[in-house]
Design a protein around this ligand. Structure first.
Ligand SMILES: C[S@@+](CC[C@H](N)C(=O)[O-])C[C@H]1O[C@@H](n2cnc3c(N)ncnc32)[C@H](O)[C@@H]1O
Length: 244
């Protein structure tokens, strides 16, 4: 499949990122389970446990939804009567979502860019983004859009990779992340695009949790928690939009 490996530092990488995910979409889920040794589903479950209390009629959005793993986990936890939406700019990824749901239970899907969300202001009580923020060309613009469509009092839940904090673990992790993972990814992804070289490079180029916290505050959110998993290799950021 034609395409190039995105440059994680390029502010114009959106098209290459979309092409990269399209090229790995058929094997994305299996590779996630294998390369994270099953931990990815535990991290998504932790995100779901941090949902705010929801009442029937309220809407929840999973952004950068990919193949729908977070939407599937959310679905099991949402009270009946809440409405789940899922959006991604890569149709090849998003179209794998309905197969994970009972007929009629799939979320409402929208193909769209997180930097220009096709939703009205203040319409969602909760928004989740798992392993997506780092991939958005401008995370700041994405965060501003999330804050815009979040209802006052609503909650933003962002799960994202980060650089581990402990030196010894970090050395071990870097070896796995920069050497082993790209090799396995290349062998197993069936894509010529080096998605699993882009992954560690994009994590190392991404702002620290403290910087992400500041950026969330800049768009009017109050950071409630930044919970670290795997010695800081993954962080769950929980922030609320101030209630008016
Ligand atoms: C690593 S995948 C994560 C998918 C899913 N959230 C998960 O937990 O498996 C990142 C997703 O973000 C999407 N993405 C990247 N930039 C985007 C943007 N600007 N707007 C919408 N989706 C975007 C990609 O298409 C991809 O499906």
């Amino acid at each position: 499949m034609p395409g190039t490996t995105p440059d994680p530092r390029s502010p114009h990488r959106g098209r290459a990122v979309r092409g990269m995910f399209a090229s790995i979409a058929p094997r994305y889920d299996r590779l996630n389970r294998l390369l994270s040794m099953g931990l990815d589903q535990r991290w998504r479950a932790a995100l779901v446990r941090s949902l705010p209390e929801l009442v029937p009629g309220q809407r929840v959005l999973d952004l950068c939804a990919g193949t729908g793993d977070v939407a599937q986990a959310l679905h099991g936890a949402l009270p009946s009567g809440t409405v789940l939406h899922a959006s991604d700019f890569c149709e090849e990824m998003l179209k794998r979502t309905p197969a994970k749901f009972e007929p009629g239970a799939a979320p409402r899907l929208t193909v769209g860019d997180a930097m220009a969300l096709p939703y009205a202001d203040q319409g969602f009580q909760a928004i989740s983004v798992a392993f997506g923020l780092r991939n958005i060309e401008s995370p700041q613009v994405g965060l501003a859009e999330m804050a815009r469509v979040l209802a006052p009092g609503g909650r933003l839940l962002i799960l994202e990779f980060s650089r581990p904090e402990r030196k010894i673990f970090s050395a071990f992790y870097r070896f796995y992340f920069f050497r082993i993972l790209p090799l396995m990814g290349r062998l197993l992804s069936g894509s010529e695009i080096d998605a699993y070289r882009y992954l560690p490079e994009s994590v190392w180029a991404f702002p620290s949790p403290a910087e992400i916290g500041r950026e969330m505050e800049q768009v009017g959110l109050v950071v409630r928690e930044q919970r670290r998993f795997l010695m800081g290799a993954v962080v769950l950021h929980v922030a609320d939009r101030v209630a008016r």
